[in-house]
Design a protein. Structure first.
Length: 335
């Protein structure tokens, strides 16, 4: 197939491009960065355009034909931005695969979470989740009204080499600096990660399998672990064993300028990150192959080699954490 990847030069997009190329597909990547062609594999076409510039997008893609589209980059992306791509291509494609997120699910207390569970875009979650859900709703209406062959991938927490989200790298930074690690609650909250290469393969499968049309798929790893087990694994991988500081997340409200305490901002305290991937496995043949142990080792090897210099929101100022540790220790002594 001839495939257009919107945002194919970094992390997930880069791995989607690689996966498609490795499986014999012809790939072009649409990017805003004029240097994108230096970041793409040999033979992958670079198309320079800002997806938010709809007029230029129409001109750039005029007359082009692609069998499939992988819409990955968040620009931030609204339904009108998705519609602009479809309009520019004349909706003449076999599949439009859109990147949503597991953040669209409402935490109801029933686990594992499935694709049929309630969705929520509360303002408290920020525009990201609302944008994702709005785009999903637009796409499924396109499918119902026009038969447009859409598929939605809802990745969980993606990790692996070249991750620019401050996720596993947050704790690699703290462990390699021999810092205590903060654990919200009692460490029993469940968390689930998807290795980037595994997640990328779901896009290929959604393009190749007709069973994907009109469907949404949760895509993440096959293992779920507690926060305690996750941190124990990272300590084993880094060879640094340090103190865990358990704390009530409400303590954060007492700090004037709060920061991150477990990496990326997350909905801590609402419920577990625990998802069922059986729909993707049964319908399109998705098979997570990389265990959390192997994936985190690969992530740490890249972190050591690169210094983790791709993180968008790296924080190496310990003042917030020191204050939170102090409050947590006081609360523990008070019983």
């Amino acid at each position: 197939m001839d495939v257009l990847v919107i945002g194919g030069t970094h992390f997930l997009g880069k791995n989607v491009v690689r996966t498609l190329v490795d499986h014999g597909h012809n790939v072009a990547s649409l990017n805003i960065d004029p240097a994108a062609k230096t970041l793409l594999p040999s033979g992958v076409e670079s198309i320079q355009c800002n997806r938010k510039d709809h007029e230029r997008l129409r001109t750039t893609l005029a007359g082009r034909k692609f069998d499939a589209v992988a819409d990955i980059v968040y620009a931030p992306t609204r339904p009108e931005d998705v519609a602009a791509v479809m309009d520019a291509l004349g909706r003449d494609f076999r599949r439009y695969v859109y990147t949503s997120s597991t953040t669209v699910y409402r935490k109801t207390g029933l686990y594992p979470i499935t694709e049929d569970d309630p969705k929520d875009a509360k303002a408290a979650y920020g525009p990201y989740t609302k944008d994702k859900l709005d785009c999903e709703n637009f796409l499924f209406e396109e499918f119902r009204a026009r038969g447009t062959p859409v598929s939605v991938i809802r990745p969980g927490k993606i990790y692996g080499p070249e991750n620019y989200t401050y996720r596993e790298g947050f704790h690699f930074d703290r462990l390699t600096h021999h810092r205590p690690v903060l654990v919200p609650g009692n460490g029993s909250q469940l968390i689930q990660f998807g290795y980037v290469e595994d997640v990328a393969d779901a896009y290929r499968l959604a393009m190749e399998r007709d069973e994907a049309v009109g469907e949404a798929f949760t895509v993440t790893g096959r293992q779920t672990q507690t926060l305690d087990a996750y941190l124990d694994l990272l300590m084993e991988i880094t060879g640094v064993h340090t103190r865990k500081v358990y704390f009530d997340p409400k303590l954060v409200e007492r700090i004037q300028q709060p920061g991150l305490f477990f990496g990326e901002p997350a909905r801590w305290g609402e419920g577990h990150d625990c998802y069922d991937v059986s729909k993707a496995r049964e319908r399109i043949g998705y098979q997570p192959r990389v265990s959390i142990e192997e994936g985190m080792r690969r992530a740490y090897e890249w972190y050591v080699e690169s210094g983790g210099d791709s993180y968008r929101t790296r924080v190496l100022d310990w003042s917030f954490e020191d204050e939170l540790i102090r409050l947590a220790d006081e609360a523990a002594k008070a019983g």
